[in-house]
Ligand binder design. Structure first.
Ligand code: SF4
Ligand code: SF4
Length: 245
């Protein structure tokens, strides 16, 4: 099998203010929450935000707002080995298996905490759970980011899977069709087939090989980060609303 470990290129992925600095929130919630547990309650709003945005626009959150994504792309990328992400970490078995494992643990702990409903320290206990979860992602995701690739965790992240489910619902109900933006190629004949869009893609997708008849990338895993857009030497990519289909 072809060795793809040197195929991927590190490139600046911090194109917006939020993407550049959202990682501070990760540190604040994961580390600060160990001393001030109520900081963990911020995660409830983050979960609501990612579920709602996904309903209308797929995994846009992952590529533009996610505080962990910002930590991975902005802080860890310079020291990452930037290797090929192993296929088994992207497999349905891993994605579904990890979602079940994560949710079972999470629900078990939530139910235990709700026994303290109405007591003085209920919010602290709840916040502590979210803060610890954030810390776990920081540690596990951070190790994977350094030794494999910065977006390794994102392949099976339960929040990513929840976004995909919310997106599918939004699509089935006809909302995402009107609101979703997708990577769009202005003219497939102008593509150099240089593969740069694939080499810089944080999710290691192959945009230039996947454009549909209506010139859009329909891959549900695209996080709409626009890294391919700003790196395409032909300048033919953009993030646009769905044209047809
Ligand atoms: S980077 Fe642009 S020109 Fe190169 S393969 Fe991708 S779409 Fe085509
Ligand atoms: S295809 Fe482009 S927008 Fe989508 S994840 Fe890859 S680099 Fe980001």
């Amino acid at each position: 099998m072809k060795n793809l470990n040197n195929y991927y290129i590190k490139t600046n992925r911090s194109f917006s203010f939020i993407r550049k600095f959202a990682w501070i929130l990760t540190v604040l919630v994961a580390i600060g929450g160990q001393w001030e547990p109520k900081l963990g309650l911020i995660v409830i709003f983050i979960m609501a935000g990612l579920t709602i945005t996904a309903f209308f626009n797929g995994r846009y959150w992952c590529g533009n707002f996610c505080p962990h994504g910002s930590l991975f792309d902005k802080v860890i990328l310079p020291i990452s080995k930037n290797k090929k992400i192993p296929n088994f970490l992207k497999s349905k078995f891993m994605i579904i298996g990890f979602l079940i494992f994560f949710m079972a643990n999470f629900i078990r702990r939530i139910l235990k905490i709700f026994q303290a409903w109405g007591t003085y320290d209920f919010l602290d206990k709840l916040g502590y759970l979210f803060s610890n979860t954030y810390l776990m992602v920081l540690i596990v995701g951070g190790i994977l980011a350094i030794f494999i690739n910065v977006r390794t965790w994102c392949q099976f992240c339960p929040m990513g899977t929840i976004q995909k489910l919310s997106y599918k619902l939004g699509k089935a109900l006809g909302f995402a069709k009107k609101t979703e933006k997708k990577i769009t190629i202005s003219n497939q004949e102008k593509c150099y087939k240089c593969g740069k869009c694939a080499r810089v893609c944080p999710f290691q997708l192959m945009p230039y090989m996947e454009f549909s008849h209506n010139n859009q990338l329909n891959n549900i895993d695209c996080i709409k980060c626009s890294t391919c857009v700003v790196n395409c030497p032909a300048g033919i990519l953009s993030l646009e609303k769905m044209s047809r289909s």
